[in-house]
Design a protein around this ligand. Structure first.
Ligand code: ADP
Ligand code: ZN
Ligand code: ZN
Length: 718
């Protein structure tokens, strides 16, 4: 039995042989003083056990597995690969209602028909109840699904017939979706798009990995749409994984208007019952296309024919806590198990995928030009040195904004810092508002009048006085999106402004409202964080201003340049998608910085290829494999000791190189100190072997009980 507990072991229970228990079915079991929902992982005859020592399963919850064999295989691979307890992995793949032990039959579509007694009933028997009589008569003709029945009859009437055993409930056998009868005409493909669609067509029916490296606006979505068309004719299903924010009504609409088949979405804003509905529709084949965020990868599919990952470089594909998996990598594994192709798309592919494409493990499908022939946006550097700035904007930036607005076009301003200001500072003594629990400043949010720590989430009211000298002269230091919006409104009182960041879109429906506002055209300023970078197609944006990325130019994480190059290219790629051409103004104090120069002069494709060479020379992923142990505790010393002990154990393995123990980039979070140890190895099997061994040791150390530790295989964030 696999149980959702953080223990790396299985548990044995006794279970009745009737009804037949199957691997992948859920059970309710006693565990200590609690009851847990677990998943049957192995069934063995009881003479293998001392049955007097075993507890008995309280209830078998499923008659058919909620985790079919292929998913069990995928999840068991994932648990091994990420070295995460199997029970937690299995349970995390189920919708919440199933995790809680709800019975599936409660959610499956039902129908009602007459029983033998009902059929033989004489018509006059029910004549005193007109309602029952009416329902009985309808059921004489044919059975009714619940939803149709309830359109004309009440639940109470139905219950009366059921209670009298004149009618009975049956589960409607699921039916897969019908192949589309009409498919809206697609666009006439460019030559590069046509080649890509042909390559996907040819890969169908077997496992193949394809990388669609298409510049921003090259029409990747059209490639997805036309690749899907043929699969739908043979009633195969398609899974499209997108970043959370990419799941806009616009995306959904493009798929829904193209094909008359059920298209469902899967994301965190769905209610528990909506999620279960989607899960069921995937499993029965009633859904043809599912567009979802990373965890859609664990949906059961009746007949999956193609997986597409849009924005495959996106960091949201990596789960950053608990079961830390990478959705792209697990989706590739899933495609292998399903014998279906997987198409990865991006304007800025991850160096991992690019590496695989360049050494021909993946089929490489480049789309080097924009689809409708528009030029890629032109970058201009704005040197901020020795300039007088107004609200963080240089005079030439402001002039250009005015000019574009006067032409009736839209301008987008990118600033990757939400809130009003990164800190409040005392004018008298220089004191800054800091989080008590983290080594970080607290962000000033003016609208909600709060200081919020963006690391631990702690918030408190804005203080009246300086915590150092008691002065009341506290002023915002630096600029966040909230302030930029306010300042821009002063400068351009007649122009509507839309802000897109985590604060402005928190309210349900707010994001969709904001996107609608932008799509309504008209002169408008758009201010936002990296939310702006994700795949949006706003044809009226002619100018993108990158207000400040200087802080990101110097970072200790070896992935930082890659991530910054992706961000800059993606944000820039929002410009000039319509007919009016596009410009990107990049404001910086470091115009000579090599990364900026490379991106501006040569573009991402060239940057990425030289970055890969650099990774090869410095023996960094993907040329070595990396695992990261992080540990936190109230005393820094404990973290260090624990990692030192770990480092000593790892040193027995010749194939592993160590970096650390070193303090984490954010040394303290939520009151705890944080340290890390990085393990590098040229060979994956050697790394995994070492991890298996040390994980076994770790559980035996008394010190392990005093710290909180975590393992991240292929970490994306150091
Ligand atoms: P990407 O996802 O690659 O950034 P999109 O799929 O959003 O690009 O396409 C950008 C724009 O180009 C869309 O308006 C789309 O309708 C248009 N487009 C795509 N393919 C073609 C084509 N073959 N001919 C003309 N326009 C196209
Ligand atoms: Zn904090
Ligand atoms: Zn002060």
């Amino acid at each position: 039995m696999a149980l959702p507990v953080p223990l790396r072991q299985h548990f044995d229970y006794l279970i009745a042989t009737e009804p037949q228990p199957q691997v992948g079915c859920r059970v309710l079991v006693p565990f200590g003083s609690r009851k847990l929902v677990g998943v049957i992982w192995q069934v063995a005859p009881d003479d293998q056990f001392d049955s007097s020592k075993l507890k008995t399963v309280l209830k078998l919850l499923d008659s058919t597995p909620v985790l079919p064999p292929l998913l069990c295989q995928l999840l068991s691979f994932a648990a091994e690969y990420y070295h995460h307890p199997l029970g937690e992995v299995l349970i995390s793949a189920l919708p919440a209602l199933l995790r809680e032990g709800r019975e599936l039959t409660d959610y499956q579509p039902k129908a009602y028909r007459l029983t033998d007694a009902g059929r033989q009933l004489e018509a006059k028997t029910l004549k005193r109840s007109a309602k029952q009589q009416a329902l009985w008569q309808t059921l004489q003709a044919h059975q009714l699904t619940e939803s149709v029945l309830l359109q004309q009859h009440s639940r109470a009437t139905l219950k009366q017939l059921l209670d009298k055993q004149l009618a009975e409930e049956i589960i409607v056998p699921p039916t897969p979706y019908a192949a589309p009868t009409k498919t809206a005409e697609g666009l006439k493909l460019t030559q590069a798009q046509a080649l890509a669609v042909t390559a996907v067509d040819q890969a169908c029916g077997r496992f193949e990995r394809l990388l669609l490296e298409g510049v921003t606006g090259s029409g990747k979505t059209e490639v997805y749409l036309q690749s899907i068309a043929k699969l739908l004719q043979t009633q195969q299903q398609v899974l499209l994984i997108v970043p959370e924010i990419g799941l806009t009504p616009q995306t959904l609409e493009r798929f829904q208007t193209r094909f008359d088949v059920p298209v469902l979405c899967w994301h965190s804003a769905l209610s528990d019952s909506e999620r279960l509905h989607c899960w069921l529709q995937a499993g029965t084949g009633a859904a043809a296309i599912i567009i979802g965020t990373r965890s859609a990868l664990f949906l059961p599919f009746w007949r999956l024919g193609l997986i597409i990952i849009d924005e495959e470089h996106d960091q949201s594909l990596k789960q950053q806590d608990g079961f830390r998996y990478h959705a792209r990598d697990l989706a590739i594994k899933r495609a292998a198990l399903q014998h279906c192709p997987i198409l990865l798309g991006s304007a800025t592919p991850s160096l991992e995928s690019l590496h695989n494409a360049l050494n021909r493990r993946f089929i490489h499908l480049p789309l080097p030009d924009r689809a409708a022939g528009q030029a890629l946006p032109k970058f201009e550097l704005v040197d901020l040195k020795q300039q007088v700035l107004q609200f963080g904007l240089a005079s030439q930036t402001l002039a250009k904004i005015k000019q574009q607005l006067a032409l009736g076009l839209q301008v987008m301003l990118f600033l990757n810092r939400r809130g009003f200001a990164p800190a409040l500072s005392c004018q008298e003594c220089g004191w800054l508002t800091e989080c008590h629990r983290c080594s970080a400043f607290t962000t000033y949010h003016k609208q909600s009048r709060q200081l919020v720590c963006h690391h631990c989430g702690a918030s408190k009211a804005v203080p009246r006085q300086c915590g150092g000298c008691g002065s009341t002269q506290l002023k915002p230091l630096g600029q966040g999106t909230e302030q930029l919006e306010e300042n821009l409104q002063q400068l351009f009182p007649d122009i509507a402004i839309t802000r897109l960041d985590r604060d402005s879109t928190r309210r349900k429906g707010a994001l969709h409202q904001a996107l609608d506002d932008i799509h309504q055209h008209g002169a408008r300023l758009i201010v936002g964080t990296q939310m702006l970078a994700k795949g949006h197609h706003f044809p009226n944006v002619s100018l993108v201003v990158i207000v400040d990325v200087d802080g990101a130019l110097y970072s200790s994480d070896f992935r930082a340049p890659e991530q910054l190059a992706q961000l800059l290219t993606q944000v820039a790629g929002r410009a000039g998608r319509g007919s009016s051409g596009g410009t990107v103004l990049l404001q910086t104090h470091y115009p000579e910085h090599a990364l900026l120069q490379d991106i501006i002069q040569n573009g991402y494709a060239s940057f990425a290829r030289s970055a890969l060479q650099e990774r090869e020379q410095t023996r960094l992923p993907p040329f070595q494999h990396l695992a990261l142990f992080s540990v936190e505790a109230h005393q820094s010393e404990l973290c260090h000791q624990w990692l030192q002990q770990l480092a000593d154990s790892v040193r027995q393995f010749a194939a592993i190189q160590l970096l650390g123990p070193i303090p984490a980039p954010l040394e303290r979070r939520a009151g705890k100190y944080r340290w890390q140890l990085q393990l590098y190895s040229p060979a994956r099997p050697a790394l995994h072997q070492a991890l298996d061994k040390v994980l076994h040791l770790i559980t035996q150390w008394p010190l392990s009980r005093k710290v909180k530790w975590q393992l991240d295989v292929d970490p994306t964030d150091l």
